[in-house]
Ligand binder design. Structure first.
Ligand code: AHG
Ligand code: MN
Ligand code: MN
Length: 346
């Protein structure tokens, strides 16, 4: 074997041996809180396990019968893909058996999902089991998004346990099934990214303390929705395009159509994502399962998230499936959008 190759392999082996695993990272954080019960650590570790099982199914899309829709429509009125259902079932089963969760709310279920008292725990999880599912059959990146809240009182679980403003989240994160599987999470203090080594079956820290770049290189929105945009969006988009000139292209358009993958790319390269609500108030993205967890991550990485008028994490949810406009990215850029919204209106 060529020496170069041998060195490459040795470097890979060193990488995995010298790098924190997800579980080690979680436990290290837990040790900073001497009175912690370990439940949150257990819960996060189990979310990692759910991610491994979901990715194993995603990776076989096209081989086993997981392409296409189930023929059902979900609570959102959208077509349920087979992988939506698989991801939902895996996530719920793992959470129920973790012993850390009292209730869940999912984009795919009408009502809250209660955990039987004998395996109930102190936390509530709101999640989108598979985000970007319209992209599945074209092998485009998709992901799972989750938000974790601590229960405020013991006893019977009620819907109110899940109808919490985003600023009450204790942890949020996502798992992307892309060129590799990555898990990103924050407890509010830092945003850390772990890559699944498929051979070892373990997540390893691959990007520590991610910060959202201040400058945007990418503008991410569905431009075909222009006829339904509120008044301020077009002048803002025009102003971003105006940053390019013959000499230098400073901003590019990038839109995947999987929010989680659009967000992750913007977090790594610098970009802003917009999916504004229509002037009538009609919106696409879900507050509990998409906007809140990503807003928590954005803020922890130095960014911001608004619906154009209000901070996303200050919105009080009224229903499990509330939808919201979402503008998420670097703080200064999100503030610029808010100024456009103030000046040009809805
Ligand atoms: P989901 O697959 O969970 O239903 O979410 C799809 C969302 C989001 O991921 C994406 O940004 C957006 O829908 C795309 O919507 P459009 O096709 O309307 O642009
Ligand atoms: Mn989604
Ligand atoms: Mn979904």
């Amino acid at each position: 074997m060529a020496l170069g190759r041998q060195l490459e392999y040795a470097q890979v082996a060193m990488f995995t041996a010298n790098t924190l695993t997800l579980t080690q990272h979680i436990l290290k954080r837990q040790h900073k809180h001497p009175d912690a019960t370990g439940q949150l650590s257990g819960l996060l570790t189990q979310i990692g396990v759910a991610g491994k099982l979901i990715q194993a199914n995603v990776r076989r899309a096209g081989l086993i019968e997981v392409w296409g829709s189930t023929g059902d429509t979900n609570v959102q009125g959208e077509t349920v893909q087979k992988l939506d259902r698989i991801a939902q079932d895996i996530f719920v089963d793992i959470m129920k058996r973790s012993g850390c969760v009292a209730a869940m709310a999912s984009e795919e279920e009408h009502e809250i999902i209660e955990v039987p008292a004998d395996s109930s725990g102190d936390y509530v999880v709101c999640f989108d089991p598979l985000d970007g599912s319209s992209n599945i059959d074209a092998n485009v990146s998709i992901g799972t998004i989750f938000a974790i809240y601590r229960r405020t009182k013991k006893g019977e679980v009620v819907r109110g346990d899940t109808l919490r403003p985003g600023h009450e989240q204790v942890v949020a994160g996502y798992i992307i099934y892309g060129s590799s599987t990555v898990l990103v999470y924050t407890d509010g203090s830092s945003v850390d990214c772990f890559t699944l080594d498929p051979g070892a079956g373990e997540y390893f820290l691959s990007r520590a303390n991610l910060r959202m770049p201040d400058k945007i290189k990418q503008l991410s929105l569905n431009e075909c929705n222009e006829p339904y945009w509120p008044k301020w969006v077009k002048p803002y988009v025009t102003s971003v395009k105006g940053r390019n000139d013959a000499e230098k292209r400073r901003v590019s358009s990038r839109h995947i159509g999987s929010l989680v993958a659009d967000f992750h790319r913007n977090l790594i390269f610098g970009g802003i994502f917009l999916y504004p609500a229509e002037p009538s108030g009609k919106a696409k993205l879900r507050l509990l399962y998409e906007a809140n967890p990503l807003a928590f991550i954005a803020e922890a990485a130095g960014g911001a998230a608004t619906n154009g008028v209000q901070r996303i994490m200050d919105l009080q949810p009224e229903g499990l499936h509330d939808r919201t406009g979402l503008v998420i990215g670097p703080k200064a850029e999100v503030e610029a959008c808010a100024r456009f919204a103030k000046e040009h209106g809805n």
